[in-house]
Ligand binder design. Structure first.
Ligand code: SF4
Length: 71
């Protein structure tokens, strides 16, 4: 349930750019996981609470292919 003090974001990931480093899945497993091949990250959910780990994952992505947008 959404509350007024929680910010929610829609997460998008450019899997073409993703280099499969695994940083996002390691930092924020609530949102990211590696696909079956382990070569690309994929999203577990699209519109999620903006937790610090999520922000950190987007910041730390070496190819900057994670985008967060208010939803
Ligand atoms: S941190 Fe970026 S490049 Fe690394 S697996 Fe996640 S989306 Fe891909």
């Amino acid at each position: 349930m959404k509350t007024s003090d929680t910010q929610y974001v829609y997460v998008s990931l450019d899997s073409y750019e993703c280099n499969g480093c695994g940083t996002c899945a390691e930092l924020c497993p609530a949102v990211f996981r590696m696909d079956d091949t382990g070569d690309k990250a994929e999203l577990i959910d699209g519109c999620v609470p903006l937790i610090p780990e999520l922000e950190q994952a987007a910041t730390m992505c070496p190819v900057k292919c994670i985008e967060l947008e208010a939803c």
